[in-house]
Ligand binder design. Structure first.
Ligand code: NDP
Ligand code: 2IT
Length: 449
């Protein structure tokens, strides 16, 4: 994973490998950004030189803590909590919390690194951070989830704040968990500090459209990519991986725009539904009942459940990976290509491996990296912070219009930046360079801190 790096950047990447041994996801995220810095690696010393890049690859602060809690049988359980405050050049640290058994420092660091450039692209005043725990919410009762969240916040509260660090949701952390987390923060601090977390409920400081924002934003971005080449979602066959927050609202927006989603997945397999995914049933199974996709297939005659294959084998025009990192490897990219895929836009963070990305780009498939296409979630979080700061709340349509406008601006920034640096149509170069330059400029202005 070092091919193609500019000779000026190679030693910097080697130093990141050396300094962060074994953190493969973090290496991958850094590699992808460094690869895109080629056009400035020889010219813009202030950015590419060790001083900025070295600092940008080193989180400002990394917090790891014990999370003790008691399960329903009265047993003491121990999990590990993380918050990596990556970069505050543009604003308070901002980024989600992930609860999943696979969580480790490498995963939280890659997510915090990506978040820094994503947040820069949104145009909002937010820095980058990420956190979470190796806690597995699957099969846990509401009371166990509450006790875990309360214990997690009992340590986290001292590190966060409206002007310091503002967490939100990610895998395994949605409205229920954010409620328990906010309640405990409020109790410990005795402050109604609504701007300390985003993704809150609508009656207690949340924003309209935050739930829908990542999925909707990804589809707005993909629509703009198609429009750039004179195409649209109308009658397109679409495959969306995942069946969580991002995936569900990506499906909803694709259907609103005239496309047809014919497959979704979860950790137990995928369903193919040629009649088009039934959104109400999907929401009921995954959001309300918190069941597996087998429950969807059982209730729908047009659907079949596949538990031993890859969702990327399902022929489609548009693929939206919305589950997790590295879920779309080289084999998936080859299968999509063989079936004539036209566009791939990432709803998840780093779902495509570098090998898969190279295949899409080599075949001139339209491809958008997550830090551009999934930025709608955090952008709407920043809108939630704006509403909290002004003690205001906006309507659904007004907020969705703002999201659509922000995604349009990110798209335009990517296209223009790619063109400016000699790689027209390359959304990876456009997103990484535009995101990086803004953060680097702010860091130069603020001195060596
Ligand atoms: P959810 O927990 O709501 O949903 C995640 C979905 O992906 C679930 O269907 C889950 O399956 C599936 N999944 C997760 N991990 C795996 C795995 N290792 N193997 C197979 N399937 C898996 O999370 P979100 O929808 O919020 O997040 C999805 C992705 O989008 C993540 O990469 C996240 O970082 C990214 N993202 C999220 C944003 C947000 O606002 N929430 C914003 C921007 C990016 P199951 O149902 O079986 O658990
Ligand atoms: O990856 C992401 O952008 C998120 N999980 C959303 C972060 C946020 O602060 O809204």
């Amino acid at each position: 994973m070092t091919e193609g790096l500019h000779p000026n950047l190679q030693p910097m990447f080697d130093a990141v490998l050396e300094r962060n041994r074994g953190e493969t996801e973090f290496h991958q995220a850094v590699y992808e950004v460094m690869l895109s810095l080629t056009p400035i690696a020889g010219q813009r010393d202030a950015y590419a030189q060790w001083s900025i890049l070295k600092r940008i690859c080193e989180p400002e602060r990394q917090i790891i803590f014990r999370v003790p809690w008691v399960d329903d049988q009265g047993r003491v359980e121990i999990n590990r909590g993380y918050r990596v405050e990556f970069n505050s050049a543009l604003g308070p640290y901002k980024g989600g919390l992930r609860f999943h058994p696979s969580v480790n420092l490498s995963i939280i660091k890659f997510l915090g690194f990506e978040q820094t450039f994503k947040n820069s692209l949104t145009g909002m005043p937010i820095g980058g951070g990420k956190g979470g725990s190796d806690f597995d919410p699957k099969g846990r009762s509401d009371l166990e989830i509450m006790r875990f969240c309360q214990s997690f916040m009992t340590e986290l509260y001292r590190h966060i704040g409206e002007y310091t660090d503002v967490p939100a949701g990610d895998i395994g952390v949605g409205g229920r968990e954010l409620g328990y987390l906010f309640g405990q923060y409020k109790r410990i601090t005795n402050r109604w500090e609504s701007g300390v977390l985003t993704g809150k409920g609508l009656t207690w400081g949340g924003s309209q459209v935050r739930t829908e924002a990542t999925g909707y934003g990804t589809v707005f971005f993909a629509r703009d990519m198609l429009a750039e080449v004179g195409e649209s979602f109308e009658d397109r066959r679409v495959v969306v991986s995942g069946a969580g927050n991002v995936a569900i609202y990506a499906v909803e927006k694709v259907h609103q725009l005239g496309g047809r989603v014919i497959a979704v997945s979860d950790s137990s397999g995928y369903v193919v539904d040629e009649a088009g995914i039934d959104l109400e049933l999907l929401k009921d199974v995954k959001e309300v009942r918190r069941e597996r996709l087998s429950a969807y297939a059982a209730q729908r005659t047009s659907a079949r459940l596949v538990t031993d294959g890859s969702i990327w084998d399902v022929p489609c025009d548009v693929a939206l990976p919305c589950a997790t990192q590295n879920e779309l490897p080289e084999s998936g990219a080859k299968a999509l290509l063989a079936n004539g895929v036209r566009l791939v836009a990432e709803g998840a963070n780093m779902p495509c491996t570098p090998e898969a990305i190279a295949i899409f780009q080599g075949a001139r498939v339209l491809y958008a990296p997550g830090k551009a296409s999934n930025a709608g979630g955090v952008a709407t979080s920043a809108l939630e912070m704006q509403q909290n700061a002004s003690r205001d709340s906006w309507g659904f349509e007004e907020t969705e219009a703002k999201l659509e406008e922000i995604m349009g601006e990110i798209h335009r920034t990517c296209v223009d930046t790619a063109e400016q640096y000699g790689s027209p149509g390359d959304y990876v170069v456009g997103a990484n360079l535009a995101g990086y330059i803004k953060v680097a400029d702010a860091m130069v202005a603020q001195g060596v801190i």
